[in-house]
Design a protein around this ligand. Structure first.
Ligand code: RFL
Ligand code: PHB
Length: 392
């Protein structure tokens, strides 16, 4: 069977769905191919903090209603260091900017619903996705559905299929450059139906390792612990998790921590990764397909949003005005912002974690970095402007 569309989008995560919805609202036909079922995609617990640029894009995609009703605006967060809590006032350091606490699961659900409402073409459970003739004016995608091979002819292919997807791997290795830093620890995350320990997020550095107190709502908490990569999630009972978390938090926080059964528990390794260029012929990479951030600065999903913003406008200019400048400059423009977000998430990760191989000199610098941060309005402004998201 043959299908035809303008934009073929590989990957039905937040990046792919968002671009699909934005293009469709402007009458640009597209098809999304997703490897997994909708239930599987919605079962992945990931991001929780959205910068304002992302929230704006959700509204532009006519998907912002529930986010605006149920998401929480946070204009600050805490950094705790060995028992002492410091507040980072985002609003006062950024002319009133803030972030929205709204789970990636909910946001993805909103995007799926919006696509369904407009009869968007989102095809699930596709196997063997392959990209062809990327350097030609007539690229195409093939995939397997049961015993059939389906071909989709398109003008452009968007690779929004995450870190393990097929798109980045379709770029010849003599063209693609990959920059990677793997951290010697992971994050053990727990989601639980308990009241969040703090109305605002707490990033806690302690001698036992890093911990994060986050939330999805006033009845749903999300907590993380830095753990060695050798740890197995099966060896972490709920009791062991809560006990370790308490030990890493300031006493006044640990004392009021509400504990309960976990409804999700998983370990994610921490990695910084960038692939360059983000374009090869008529294939454009977006989101986790092109870059990965350690979660410490909450940049992953937010950086996917800026890729989608640039691509959306570049494709609009192409189809509406025959202007290809945005497409030509996409890789350069997107990468400039990505590297700034990489710098920030690397810095925040380095500031807050215990590195097993760090020498005394590194420890002194880490301590000095923290002291400097809370003694300098300039340093706090730099942290705040990066956390709420650099402009795009
Ligand atoms: P996704 O979400 O990985 O979606 C890609 C989709 O492509 C599908 N796929 C394929 N489809 C067709 N054919 C193939 N061959 C395919 N191969 C794969 C996959 O099934 C999937 O559905 O990438 P996308 O859309 O670019 O979105 C990126 C975000 O998911 C990611 O950056 C964030 O979750 C990162 N992240 C955070 N980001 C933030 O901005 N703020 C946060 O607070 C935050 N917290 C986090 C995070 C990521 C975490 N983990 C587990 C990695 C917390 C954690 C713990
Ligand atoms: C989350 O709530 O999952 C979360 C929040 C902030 C981060 C990372 C993850 O920096």
């Amino acid at each position: 069977m043959n299908l035809k569309t303008k934009v073929g989008i590989v990957g039905g995560g937040p990046s792919g769905l968002m671009l699909s919805q934005l293009l469709d609202l402007k009458g640009i036909d597209n098809i999304v191919l997703e490897k997994h079922s909708k239930e599987y995609v919605l079962g992945r617990i990931r991001a929780g903090v959205l910068e304002q640029g992302f929230a704006k894009l959700m509204r532009e995609a006519e998907c912002g209603e529930r986010m605006d009703a149920e998401g929480e605006i946070h204009d600050g967060f805490y950094i705790a260091e060995n028992g002492i809590k410091h507040r980072v006032d985002l609003a006062s350091h950024t002319n009133g900017k803030s972030v929205v606490v709204y789970g990636q699961t909910e946001l993805t659900r909103d995007l799926y619903e919006a696509r369904a409402k407009r009869n968007g073409k989102v095809i699930h459970n596709v196997d063997d996705v392959k990209l062809h003739d990327l350097k030609s004016k007539t690229p195409h995608i093939t995939y397997r559905s049961g015993d059939d091979i389906i071909r989709i002819d398109c003008d452009y292919i968007i690779g929004a299929d995450g870190f393990h997807g097929v798109s980045r791997k379709s770029i010849p290795s003599n063209v693609l450059r990959e920059f990677e830093k793997v951290y010697p620890f992971g994050w053990l995350g727990v989601l639980s139906h308990t009241k969040p320990v703090s109305p605002e997020l707490i990033y806690a550095k302690s001698e036992r390792g890093f911990a994060l107190c986050s939330l999805r709502s006033q009845t749903l908490s999300r907590y993380y612990l830095q753990v060695p990569l050798t740890d197995d999630v099966k060896d972490w009972s709920d009791d062991a998790f809560w006990e370790e978390l308490k030990q890493r938090l300031p006493d006044e926080i640990a004392d009021v921590l509400e504990t309960g059964p976990s409804i999700e528990k998983s370990i994610a390794p921490l990695r910084s990764f960038v692939a360059e260029p983000m374009r090869y012929g008529n294939l454009f990479l977006a989101g986790d397909a092109a870059h990965i951030f350690p979660p410490t600065g909450a940049r992953g999903l937010n950086s996917a949003a800026s890729d989608i913003y640039y691509l959306y406008h570049a494709l609009l200019n192409h189809y509406n005005d025959g202007d290809d400048t945005g497409l030509e400059k996409y890789s350069e423009t997107a990468l400039a912002r990505i590297w700034k977000a990489q710098r920030f998430s690397w810095w925040m990760t380095t500031l807050l974690h215990n590195f097993p191989d760090s020498i005394e000199y590194d420890k002194k610098l880490q301590k000095t970095d923290m002291e400097y941060l809370f003694s300098s309005e300039a340093a706090l402004t730099s942290l705040a402007e990066n956390y709420v998201g650099l402009p795009f």
